[in-house]
Ligand binder design. Structure first.
Ligand code: FES
Length: 278
């Protein structure tokens, strides 16, 4: 960027930070990239917005979340803790009758949200696509200051390791729901809903185990691996999963919605569950 251009943006390049700092090249254009660098952030923001809108609507929907006949409970309502939950859907008991503005799974949803919000991959995704910090490699960000995650509220991202434990507990609850769904009103049975619920928890475990915090739990703070063969083995497996963390992040997001959507269709009577063993 030529000197007059920078100054016309009201930034003193002697004191500016980030792309406007004194040590950066003075390039007039926001980027010299000619490829479709904007496509990735655009798809990311669309995908995240779709999930936020869908999950918010469903969390407050208050119906079509449980199929008593097959004991199918959508993960968006697990654990179902209100006394108003449908009979049979509260696998872990109830607390009290929640007012309308509190989702039935009020105990798990905030932790799941915070777990995803502070996830290392999602941070990268929404820092780029929502906050444009920066939107892509070699594309100047609109902000003149950069403080990273050193101040409130972004310093709270460091709590991710604790949300990991809470999220693992919720996946354990979802796993219980998926196994319990093999036992419906008529006893043991297998339907398409069972396979979807099962696939959902397997993918959720893959996402949870591939978490960077899980990798640290497995192999962090060790001076050498040779004295800890079990932890080394666990760390090796987690590290393999970790290379695909981004894929698991997206797959589980859409699988959660698909699982909920399927349960909703069956629970509302829109479609019948495809039964393999009755
Ligand atoms: Fe993504 Fe932990 S880093 S869930």
């Amino acid at each position: 960027m030529s000197a007059p251009d920078i100054e016309s943006r009201g930034v003193d390049q002697q004191t500016g930070t980030g792309v406007l700092s004194r040590t950066r090249a003075r390039i007039a254009d926001r980027t010299l990239r000619t490829d479709r660098w904007w496509l990735s952030p655009l798809l990311t923001v669309l995908g995240l917005a779709f999930f936020v809108i869908y999950s918010t609507i469903r969390a407050f929907w208050g119906s079509a979340y449980y199929v008593p006949e097959y004991n199918y409970l959508t993960p968006f309502y697990s654990p179902c803790l209100s006394t108003a939950c449908e009979p049979g859907s509260s696998h872990f008991g109830t607390l009290f009758d929640f007012p309308w503005f509190i989702p039935y799974a009020a105990l798990s949803l905030p932790f799941l949200l915070l777990f995803r919000l502070t996830c290392y991959y999602y941070r990268k995704a929404y820092y780029r696509s929502v906050w444009f910090s920066p939107p892509a490699c070699a594309v100047a960000e609109p902000h003149s200051k950069y403080t990273g995650e050193t101040r409130f509220p972004l310093i709270m991202q460091n709590l991710h390791r604790y949300f990991f434990y809470a999220a693992a507990l919720v996946v354990l609850i979802n796993t219980y729901d998926a196994i319990a769904a093999f036992s419906g009103e008529n006893g043991f049975g297998i339907g398409l809903g069972n396979l979807i619920l099962l696939a959902n928890v397997i993918l959720l475990w893959a996402y949870t185990f591939s978490c960077h915090s899980c990798r640290h739990v497995a192999g962090g703070r060790l001076k050498n691996f040779s004295k800890h063969p079990v932890r080394y083995w666990f760390w090796t497996q987690v590290s393999k999963l970790n290379t695909r963390h981004m894929q698991y992040a997206w797959i589980t997001l859409f699988m959660l919605m698909f699982t909920d959507f399927y349960v909703m269709l069956v629970a509302s009577g829109t479609i019948a569950d495809l039964r393999i063993i009755n």
